[in-house]
Design a protein. Structure first.
Lengths: 113, 118
């Protein structure tokens, strides 16, 4: 099992550009999450999905969109990138929720200049 | 809303010694889970240990153990026989045990950077 994979590892965007952060898991988890980690801070939830076709907002969804067409993939779309979106982005997945451990991807470091 | 506080931005320990990282949390719920995650320079988030709030017994995983004080809303991590590989950022996290979806998100503290001196 590769676990949770994310691409790209690093990216620099100009203000106003758009991009998609890819996330794939091969553990057949139905719950998937996107977090962002700002410098010196813990992770904050952007969006989550409880299964294919079902997504919902987390704490900090503004400026982002997601889709979940398959169990494996949960891409995060940034439209009109802003400097405030400079952060490290983590994708995670778990079986259902509650007690089950969330498995994290290696993160994507995004800089918006 | 639940919050998690880690009051020690940085800690240092000598190799082979013991160190305790502090975490307090605020919640009105009675059923929840607490976690400690390790984030080494590689940025990978690694689960170190977890505790169910309904269990009185403190969780232990090899050299890692917790001191869970539910009434005081305290959840400290003890690392025994510290090793150079333990150097990392450590995050305390809370998760509700009720509901679904976003209520099951992890709520993180701001982290404690642990340095291990040889």
């Amino acid at each position: 099992n590769a676990g949770v994979t994310q691409t790209p590892k690093f990216r620099i965007l100009k203000i106003g550009q758009s991009m998609t952060l890819q996330c794939t898991q091969d553990m057949n988890h139905n719950y998937m999450y996107w977090y962002r980690q700002d410098p010196g801070m813990g992770l904050k939830l952007i969006y989550y999905s409880v299964g294919a076709g079902i997504t919902d907002k987390g704490e900090v969804p503004n400026g982002y969109n997601v889709s979940r067409s398959t169990t494996e993939d949960f891409p995060l779309r940034l439209e009109l990138a802003a400097p405030s979106q400079t952060s490290v982005y983590f994708c995670a997945s778990s079986y259902q929720a509650l007690y089950n451990e969330q498995f994290f991807g290696p993160g994507t470091r995004l800089t918006v200049l | 809303a639940q919050t998690v506080t880690q009051s020690q931005p940085e800690m240092s320990v000598q190799e082979a010694e013991t160190v305790t990282l502090s975490c307090t949390y605020d919640t009105s719920e009675s059923d929840y889970y607490l976690f400690w995650y390790k984030q080494p320079p590689s940025r990978q988030m690694i689960l170190v240990i977890r505790q169910e709030a309904y269990k009185q017994q403190n969780a232990t995983e090899n050299r890692f153990s917790v001191n869970f004080q539910k009434a005081a809303k305290s959840f400290s991590l003890k690392i025994s026989d510290s090793q150079l590989g333990d150097a990392a950022m450590y995050f305390c996290a809370y998760r509700s045990a009720t509901g679904g979806g976003a209520t099951n998100k992890l709520i993180f503290g701001t982290g404690t950077l642990l340095a291990v001196q040889p």
